[in-house]
Write a protein that binds this ligand. Structure first.
Ligand code: ATP
Length: 273
């Protein structure tokens, strides 16, 4: 899938610490080569709604290029986390950085790097698929030609549907259109809240293929919040499990001992904290 021709500038924090290579610099420690490519850094995030604690000192990082599965039972705080990271609501305390930018203070810089498909995405049902993407390209102030919109539609498997009115599209097609909308500003980081919810197995597989493609071909980091553990196993290289507003398990899927199901149920059962 070719989303656009422009290369998105790398704005994530990259740090290279090189040792002093000058001769005679004996007091200087040996060269250290360190590269940090964290695209999300969350530290001690707290969010309360009318005294009810939704996030209780949340800490996690996401590395650039990850497909990161964000799991947790109902009410664990997943949507709250996404809403904070995408700048919809503010945390009460703590720090959240995206691409090295503070999400509370450098909102505009962060918005250039991200986009999101929320759990209940609203569509302007009377628009055609093409008009819908054109409208969002204007909202995002992104220069997009008709050709690029057609390529975007093709990339999500909606070729030939550009002139179809949205209310005539199936649920799966709407979901793909939602993903195309979320790609309009060519984000480096894409937040998806239950993207395969309510889709049939074919629709789910299409979404999997689309996300895998996006990650492999364009290096898009994907932050995937879902209850569907099968999706996590198929797609994610890393996971974090949230319960009562805190991370209870996190790591690379391949290195975690046990199945994703076992880990999920063990770490979220009553009294596991
Ligand atoms: P689900 O999987 O059911 O979507 P979630 O993990 O996304 O849940 P959140 O929606 O973030 O969880 O909710 C975390 C907690 O905060 C819950 O106890 C919820 O009732 C509460 N909460 C979320 N939004 C609000 C709000 N706007 N006002 C009051 N309480 C809220």
């Amino acid at each position: 899938m070719e989303i656009g021709k422009e290369k998105i500038p790398t704005m994530t924090m990259k740090m290279e610490v090189k040792g002093n290579e000058q001769e005679g610099a004996e007091d200087v420690p040996p060269p250290i080569k360190r590269r940090l490519t964290m695209i999300i850094e969350v530290k001690d995030l707290v969010k309360k709604y009318d005294g009810h604690t939704a996030l209780d000192g949340l800490n996690f990082n996401v590395e650039e290029g990850d497909i990161f599965g964000f799991l947790g039972p109902n009410g664990a705080g997943k949507t709250t986390t996404i809403r904070i990271l995408t700048g919809i609501i503010r945390a009460d305390s703590g720090q959240a950085m995206i691409g090295g930018h503070d999400v509370f203070r450098e909102t505009m810089e962060v918005k250039k790097l991200i986009n999101a498909l929320p759990e209940s995405n609203g569509y302007y049902e009377w628009m055609t698929a093409c008009e819908y993407l054109w409208f969002f390209s204007k909202l995002y102030v992104v220069r997009t030609s008709r050709q690029e919109i057609l390529m975007l539609l093709e990339g999500v498997g909606l070729n030939g549907r550009e002139n179809h009115v949205i209310h005539s599209l199936s649920r799966g097609m709407k979901q793909r259109l939602g993903i195309a909308r979320a790609l309009i500003n060519r984000p480096k980081l894409l937040f998806l809240d239950e993207p395969a919810n309510g889709l049939d197995p074919g629709g789910r597989r299409d979404i999997h293929d689309l996300l895998t493609d996006l990650n492999r071909k364009h290096g898009t980091t994907i932050f995937l919040s879902t209850h569907l553990l099968d999706d996590v196993k198929r797609l994610c290289n890393k996971i974090a499990i949230l319960n009562y507003g805190k991370i209870v398990r996190a790591g690379e899927v391949e290195r975690l001992k046990g199945t994703v199901e076992d880990i999920f149920f063990m770490s979220t059962k009553e009294g596991a904290l």
